[in-house]
Design a protein around this ligand. Structure first.
Ligand code: HXC
Length: 262
């Protein structure tokens, strides 16, 4: 029995792909605690479903997400925030093993930008706008934006975004390497592209995909020597899988591989 959600829509556009759409249109998908709880739950269910190979996360045409919910946050005290470890649950996305593709149209600001940065691949519509406007609210990013942006776009650009709060266009985000590519114009185009990419990934060995995600993410945590060693060890380990045997046999026999995810 699928859970009922108030703030998100979950669908299965392909048997191997789950699409999660943020759905608080009146608040431009502001990330309330209720929304985040539902998002984490839906992503966890998809991650644990053996028939799912990849997940797409999107918002609306106008907004991927306009940030954490300012109205919910505004009366918070330091004691509340610290004692209840405010935003701690945002880290759950980083523990998913299946790839998550963000399809971003419109505003991806503050926590919305940070949410996109937590995903594994970001595709953007030409209307996408990224920014960390927290400085205008008297605070700073709290969902990882300062750290993830610094790793992706470097110090000077991150400082400019975090200290001025200015938004950047999809084109700039692409030039800076925040998004993997900007898709064509047209309503729904970015979701369509993300679903195509998700389906492509879902056709591979799930074990190899999980390993690929794990080693690329290690590049953010480890130094080069440790990272190279980690990659090599995981690579060696894949020779224990049926999917490696099948993938290489299929190549040699000039046929399409039938992966069993084992
Ligand atoms: C709560 C929000 C919201 C938000 C928009 N809304 N963003 N509510 N939290 N982050 C609500 C508005 O109050 C309004 O509600 C409705 O959504 C439509 O928004 P408008 O402002 O009327 O739309 P528009 O004029 O088109 O402007 C779009 C916008 C603007 C430029 C994106 O909404 C905006 O600046 N939003 C805030 C962006 C921001 O500062 N984000 C960072 C949040 S802090 P009503 O009821 O009036 O119709 C953050 C902290 C992260 O994310 C740290 C930890 C994660």
């Amino acid at each position: 029995e699928a859970p009922q959600y108030e703030n998100i829509l979950v669908s299965r556009p392909d048997p191997s792909v789950v699409l999660v759409q943020l759905n608080r249109p009146k608040a431009l998908n502001a990330l309330s605690s209720g929304l985040f709880k539902e998002l984490n739950e839906a992503l966890k269910i998809a991650d644990e479903d053996g028939s799912v190979g990849a997940i797409v996360l999107t918002g609306s045409e106008k907004a991927f997400a306009a940030g954490a919910d300012i109205k919910e946050m505004k009366d918070k005290t330091f004691s509340d925030a610290y004692k209840n470890n405010f935003l701690e649950s945002w880290g759950e996305i980083g523990r998913l093993r299946k790839p998550v593709i963000a399809a971003v149209s419109g505003y991806a600001l503050g926590g919305g930008c940070e949410l996109a940065l937590m995903c594994d691949i970001i595709l953007a519509s030409p209307t996408a706008k990224f920014g960390q406007p927290e400085i205008n609210l008297g605070v700073i990013p709290g969902g990882g934006g300062s750290q993830r942006l610094a790793k992706v776009i470097g110090k000077s650009r991150t400082m400019e975004l975090v200290l001025t709060g200015r938004n950047i266009s999809a084109k700039e985000a692409e030039n800076w390497g925040i998004v993997s590519r900007v898709v064509g114009e047209g309503e729904g185009e970015v979701v369509k592209e993300a679903l195509t990419t998700a389906k492509l990934i879902a056709g591979k060995s799930q074990i190899a995909v999980q390993a690929g995600k794990e080693v690329v993410n290690a590049a953010y945590d480890l130094n080069l020597a440790e990272g190279l060693r980690f990659e090599r060890r995981i690579f060696h380990g894949l020779f224990a899988t049926n999917d490696q045997k099948e993938g290489m046999a299929a190549f040699a026999e000039k046929r399409k591989a039938q992966f069993t995810h084992s």
